[in-house]
Design a protein around this ligand. Structure first.
Ligand SMILES: [Zn+2]
Length: 67
């Protein structure tokens, strides 16, 4: 009985880990490493925080002001 619960807990942990890996792959595919507008590097923290972002903070800010 105890062994069964332990196995379920290990499986749940493995599922969560796989989910985290899957999410990271999606972020890397969608976010640009360089700004589409000025070509500057986009910090990894920003690419993770804003999945699918294409511009650096400066260019994104300029575009939001123009809008
Ligand atoms: Zn830029």
């Amino acid at each position: 009985m105890d062994e069964h619960i332990l196995q379920m807990a290990e499986q749940a942990q493995a599922d969560r880990l796989q989910q985290a890996i899957d999410n990271r792959v999606i972020y890397q595919g969608e976010s640009a490493t360089e700004c589409d507008s000025c070509g500057d590097d986009i910090p990894e923290a920003r690419r993770i925080a804003v999945p699918g972002c294409r511009f650096c903070v400066d260019c994104q800010g300029l575009m939001e002001v123009r809008r």
